[in-house]
Design a protein around this ligand. Structure first.
Ligand SMILES: Nc1ncnc2c1ncn2[C@@H]1O[C@H](COP(=O)(O)OP(=O)(O)OP(=O)(O)O)[C@@H](O)[C@H]1O
Ligand SMILES: [Mg+2]
Length: 234
């Protein structure tokens, strides 16, 4: 069994006076797993991802990622943690439109203090591997949605994060581009990348993950182990 990358222990989070967005969620994700988080709108999927990414804090419970206690971090610590441990991919890409594709991709490395030459080489390599090397000097605005999402994946991988998180990565894409992104995530996972994908897209969950977790009203209702996955969601 590989080491845990994510460990959530009895995590709860509620906003204002609403019902809990997450309620007593415990979950272990091990190195090399690819996990899909499914569930209806409002069930707490993005809340779960934000807590793992240190973008939000639980009211109770602990969040540990790659040995870091994330729930106790302040703002600066959380930013440092994200740069070192997390790559994130979002539905609407979140690229900077006035930077070239290559400059978007090197940004996380610059923030982490990596030298310019090394960062540029790694960015070029990633863009080539992801099949978009020819767009390095273009601006994101002229790329298709699928190509933009590839740029976002390259940026997420720049600092070699132990954990790749994706929130509805195919939500803004046509079917063919969505399938491309699914294959890309599956390939990354086959190379050992640990991945957690929040999605409504069952085809995506099937194509690129080994385990499925279902959230309803802020709780895990169902966890299915896929081939090679370990049963570790309670
Ligand atoms: N910043 C916030 N302030 C107040 N309530 C929030 C906030 N973020 C989420 N919520 C509430 O928490 C609950 C869970 O929201 P969350 O965004 O995690 O759902 P989701 O499963 O990602 O939904 P979707 O599939 O629509 O993206 C919802 O009831 C939502 O309204
Ligand atoms: Mg969401």
């Amino acid at each position: 069994m590989t080491a845990p990358v994510i460990e959530l222990c009895d995590v709860s989070r509620r906003y204002d006076d609403g019902p809990p967005a997450l309620h007593d969620v415990s979950l272990t994700v091990r190195a090399g797993e690819a996990v899909a988080v499914l569930g209806p709108s409002g069930s707490g999927k993005s809340t779960l991802l934000n807590l793992i990414a240190g973008l939000d804090r639980p009211d109770t419970g602990t969040v540990t990622v790659d040995g870091v206690r994330v729930d106790g971090l302040g703002e600066a610590g959380a930013a440092r943690y994200r740069r070192a441990k997390i790559g994130m991919v979002f539905q609407f890409f979140n690229l900077l439109d006035d930077l070239t594709v290559a400059d978007n991709v090197v940004l996380p490395a610059q923030l982490a203090g990596m030298g310019r030459g090394g960062a540029a080489r790694r960015a070029a390599e990633l863009l080539d591997v992801l099949g978009i090397g020819r767009y390095a000097d273009a601006y994101p605005g002229r790329l298709s949605g699928g190509e933009r999402q590839r740029v976002a994946v390259a940026r997420a991988l720049m600092n070699r994060p132990p954990l790749l998180l994706a929130d509805e990565p195919t939500g803004a894409l046509d079917t063919a581009s969505g399938e491309d992104v699914g294959r890309l995530l599956a390939d990354l996972n086959a190379d050992g990348q640990t991945v957690v994908v929040v999605t409504h897209d069952l085809a995506l969950a099937r194509s690129c993950t080994t385990r499925t977790i279902r959230l309803v009203d802020g709780g895990i209702t169902d966890a299915t182990a896929g081939a090679g996955a370990t049963e570790s969601a309670r």
